[in-house]
Design a protein around this ligand. Structure first.
Ligand code: ADE
Length: 226
């Protein structure tokens, strides 16, 4: 897979993708990630990428010219163009799985200020995505989040850990609590069932804990399941 991220602050998305699994995935050739500065495609001498909104209002809007030029320069036959914006449908694990399976080239455009000229959305964008119901100063962090969630699903990136985790999440509920050594930490003991060696009892305990957690923290997930 190839992923191009275009924003006014390429370092914001570059930095988190240069650590740990994302670093290894790139070194192993499982993904190629490029973070670009939108100003590269600004044609005027001041490298202006934004302007005031028509009709008045607060903030600035990203101009169409640099975005059209950048998409035309980076696009490939397979490119799937995504605009990161709080106005988009909410990104989730299902969407991450679909992008990892179906796409080979993601072009992530990051909004800034009050948004982007809507002609960009109409003419160039295949999909808008929001990473949650809050507003970031820039889409570059959101693009790094989407990239991480998609890349970890690519074949070979997580190895064996992956399938186990996916199975539990694909059930649509949260995970049960986990414990590691020591079994007694300053008098805080782990649940005894986990030391029993009885796999069925452990699985039943985990399922019950997962359901309880989901009921408490994310009742909306249980609603979706039924
Ligand atoms: N840009 C600013 N806020 C955002 C969000 N929540 N998701 C995606 N892009 C954004």
């Amino acid at each position: 897979m190839r992923i191009d991220i275009v924003s006014l602050f390429p370092e914001i998305s570059r930095a988190p993708l240069q650590e740990s699994m994302m670093k290894r995935a790139q070194e192993a050739g499982q993904v190629e990630i490029h973070c670009h500065d939108l100003r590269e495609w600004a044609s005027d001498k001041h490298r202006k990428t934004d302007d005031e909104p028509f009709g008045g209002g607060q903030g600035m809007v990203l101009k169409p010219e640099p975005l059209f030029a950048c998409v035309r320069a980076l696009e490939s036959e397979q490119a799937h163009v995504v605009l990161m914006t709080p106005q988009g449908p909410r990104f989730d694990q299902k969407r991450a799985i679909a992008l990892a399976k179906e796409q080979t080239h993601l072009l992530l455009l990051c909004g800034h200020y009050e948004g982007v000229d809507h002609r960009v959305v109409e003419a160039l964008v295949d999909e808008e995505l929001s990473i949650g119901d809050y507003v970031l100063t820039n889409g570059a962090l959101a693009a790094a989040v989407v990239t991480d969630a998609v890349v970890r699903l690519l074949p070979g990136v997580l190895g064996d850990e992956r399938s186990a985790w996916e199975e539990s999440f694909s059930e649509g509920i949260l995970e049960s609590p986990q414990y590691t050594r020591p079994a007694d930490y300053e008098g805080r003991k782990i649940p005894e069932v986990l030391l029993s060696g009885h796999h069925e009892k452990i699985a039943a305990w985990r399922r019950e804990q997962a359901l309880q957690r989901t009921r408490e923290n994310r009742p909306d997930l249980l609603g979706e399941q039924e």
